[in-house]
Design a protein around this ligand. Structure first.
Ligand code: NCD
Length: 425
């Protein structure tokens, strides 16, 4: 069965199953969040808006510890035993490279066994099995389901299915949304935030004194502060259909004094959607929507104002025929980064992209890859560490990691990647 819902007049069981959850889906996010937690900790990960700033800090801290421990064989051996009794199902019915592989690597770091269904034509869905039966079956064999689907609410519905199973005394496992239609991609937002958290520590690349680079930057940017608050974030490209943009914007909205600048072609498919605009405004975020890097925001060309830039590709696989026609007539060249534009950005401003970048469109040409602000490859690797931290949090082994880390490194002050001893690779 494909991810497209059938269009016959008689609803399929899959459609009826989705309808069953409709009233729960329509509720405001704040009502849903408690249902996605257990004992005030993460249970299901469905929306970016589930993470609080405190939780984001905790996860980043665990991810830092995991990456440092992973430098030593002894640390790897410790980590790999933490969840060696758990199994994960990766149910990805939409294409994926980084999310799939980094989740798999994250599971492997903690010793979890993984299995996968990527092509539903190889599963019993071709025999007429509903997705909900498939998910329930996965929950019989595995301890966690990580899923990506073209259907915006499927992961959310599966979380409710698991909660209902638990309430009726049945087996139930956590659901992690690894991308739901054009709606949300919460774990991508986690790794984006983790990359920003690391960038905005302003530590020297070699791990030397943290103060030096920050003090130096403050000579040129006296108002600069560490951390994600008090910053201007730019998003460029397909704002309307970019699920990573939606999830990241929801997370950034939680930080104090944040301005979001959306740079997209003036076309209803590609601009900020009303629901997100309303949600962000309610959270007190300042929003600017412009059509080019040159358009002025507070009197300054947007490109010069940004503290970080999040590039995206045009998601042409979602085009309807009218979009193809309209986009062919539009000048989209302004939504590509050039060396000249990068030269005008703030000297510390990280450039992010969830990837894949589109080689045909060329929103980030490879000539920018060596710029110290280009974060996209590091960002992808960060995904592995922060996803491992999230799994550690879901299965409540994060405190074991913290304890082991402090025991191992109590003799080192300010342990970081620069000064931790590495006896291996
Ligand atoms: C993104 C996605 O799938 O939403 N990719 C990813 O997970 N890193 C972005 C995209 O496909 O453009």
């Amino acid at each position: 069965m494909s991810d497209d819902l059938p269009t016959e007049n008689v609803p399929t069981q899959d459609e009826l199953d989705l309808l069953r959850y409709e009233s729960r889906i329509k509720r405001p996010l704040q009502m849903k969040i408690p249902e996605l937690e257990r004992d005030e900790r993460l249970r299901h990960v469905i929306f970016g808006g589930q993470f609080t700033v405190d939780l984001l800090e905790e996860l980043a801290d665990t991810a830092d510890k995991i990456r440092i421990l992973s430098k030593l064989r002894s640390g790897q051996d410790f980590l790999i035993n933490l969840l060696s009794h758990k199994r994960a199902m990766l149910y990805f019915t939409q294409p994926s490279t980084r999310t799939f592989l980094s989740f798999m690597a994250a599971c492997q770091i903690l010793g979890m066994t993984c299995n996968e269904v990527r092509d539903p034509t190889t599963s019993s869905e071709t025999k007429g099995e509903t997705r909900f039966d498939s998910i329930r079956m996965f929950s019989s064999y595995f301890d966690l389901i990580i899923m990506r689907s073209k259907l915006p609410s499927l992961a959310e519905c599966c979380a409710y299915l698991m909660n209902d199973l638990q309430d009726s005394g049945n087996r139930s496992v956590p659901i992690v949304n690894a991308g739901s239609g054009a709606d949300e991609h919460p774990t991508q937002a986690l790794l984006d935030v983790y990359t920003l958290q690391r960038s905005f520590q302003f530590a020297d690349a070699n791990g030397a004194s943290v103060l030096d680079r920050f003090d130096e930057l403050r000579n040129s940017y006296p108002d600069l502060t560490k951390g994600l608050a008090h910053k201007v974030y730019g998003f460029c490209g397909d704002i309307g259909r970019g699920r990573t943009v939606r999830s990241l914007a929801s997370l950034l909205a939680k930080y104090q004094d944040v301005t979001l600048v959306f740079i997209s072609p003036d076309h209803p498919t590609l601009t900020l959607r009303d629901d997100l605009r309303n949600r962000l405004s309610e959270q007190g975020v300042r929003i600017h929507e412009v059509t080019s890097f040159e358009e002025r925001v507070n009197g300054v060309p947007a490109i010069e104002l940004l503290d970080a830039l999040y590039m995206t590709r045009i998601q042409k696989e979602h085009n309807i025929p009218a979009d193809d026609e309209h986009f062919a007539q539009m000048d989209l060249s302004q939504y590509k980064l050039t060396r000249q534009l990068v030269a005008r950005m703030k000297s510390y401003a990280p450039i992010l992209h969830p990837f894949p970048r589109d080689q045909h469109f060329g929103e980030i040409p490879p000539e920018i890859d060596n710029d110290p602000r280009a974060m996209y490859f590091r960002q992808a690797r960060n995904g592995m560490w922060i996803r491992a931290a999230m799994l550690a949090s879901i299965f409540r082994v994060d405190h074991h990691i913290a304890r082991y880390f402090y025991d191992e490194y109590k003799d080192w002050n300010n342990a970081d990647e620069g000064n931790v001893p590495t006896s291996q690779h």
